[in-house]
Design a protein around this ligand. Structure first.
Ligand code: CO8
Length: 259
């Protein structure tokens, strides 16, 4: 069945797929159906050999303005527990291929959490990041207090989470939340360009390197270094390692096959 709230472009550049969140009349508010569609699309792309990097965008006005408040408003704690929407987020988190968020306009609440779940963020100069849940009498629930704090530090994270203040793309860049800022006409193009750069590398090395970087968030330095070393050794079992090093000595561009 065709998804209703996302558009999947299988190949926007060689080995690069693009998912557009497409619920513009609600500023791409992340209702349960949209999140389910996103999870299913990412699962398919993650197992597709013709895809090596994935870009997620919204539109110029909003990447996503958060979880769907109207859908949540009448829910009880037990409803929320039974709906278990975070199992969808947990599946998205398991995507092995790199994901780049291309953001513009509002990136709020669950939208900011989704962008932070991605591996890199390319933002238009009109992007505003925020965790405004506190204004609704709730707090972030999909990683906002954890990933934001790790990215920007305690002072700014506390301010954003406790006051709901939105920060500009420039502030986000200085705070280390995002990779780059570009004019609004270019943010999607730039994100695809960045994804293409990654897609040029060995897919097997990219996967293991992504896994190792993410390990830094939930392990001690010793444990992380140990994990990194295992992945490093593992890559010497790949044809791509042989091809990469051979191409270097032969002064040519490597052709990586993901094997
Ligand atoms: N949920 C549902 N509908 C929304 C949302 C939202 N988060 N954001 C905007 N909309 C709707 C509006 O209701 C409006 O619909 P309608 O035309 O039918 O009235 C339409 O989108 C356009 O919005 P506005 O008219 O409000 O547009 P403005 O440009 O005036 O304002 C704002 C834009 C400032 C972004 C404003 O819409 C706003 O404040 N939105 C809510 C932002 C927010 O509070 N986000 C946090 C939500 S809670 C959350 O994300 C918790 C995450 C927990 C885990 C994640 C699970 C998925």
């Amino acid at each position: 069945m065709q998804p209703q709230y996302i558009i999947v472009h299988q190949q926007v550049a060689p080995y690069v797929a693009h998912i557009q969140l497409n619920r513009p009349s609600e500023l791409n508010a992340l209702n349960l159906q949209l999140m389910g569609e996103l999870r299913d699309a990412l699962k398919l792309l993650d197992s597709d050999d013709q895809v090596r990097a994935i870009v997620i965008s919204g539109n110029d006005k909003a990447f996503a303005a958060g979880a769907d408040i109207k859908q949540m408003a009448e829910k009880s704690a037990i409803d929320m527990l039974n709906i278990d929407q975070f199992s969808t987020w947990d599946t998205i988190k398991k995507t092995k291929k790199p994901i780049i968020a291309a953001t513009s306009g509002f990136v709020l609440g669950g939208g900011c959490e989704l962008a932070m779940l991605c591996d890199m963020i390319v933002a238009s100069e009109t992007t505003r990041f925020g965790q405004p849940e506190i204004k609704l009498g709730i707090m972030p629930g999909a990683g906002g207090t954890q990933r934001l704090t790790r990215a920007v530090g305690k002072a700014l994270a506390m301010e954003m989470v406790l006051t709901g203040r939105m920060i500009t793309a420039t502030e986000a860049l200085h705070a280390g939340l995002i990779n780059k800022i570009v004019p609004v006409e270019l943010y999607l193009q730039e994100a695809i360009k960045l994804a293409s750069e990654v897609a040029d590398m060995s897919p097997v090395a990219v996967k293991l390197a992504k896994e190792a970087v993410l390990k830094a968030f939930d392990s001690s330095l010793e444990e992380g270094l140990h994990f990194e070393r295992k992945n490093f050794y593992l890559l010497f079992a790949s044809q791509d390692q042989q091809e990469g090093m051979k191409a270097f000595t032969e002064k040519r561009k490597p052709v990586f096959k993901g094997k």
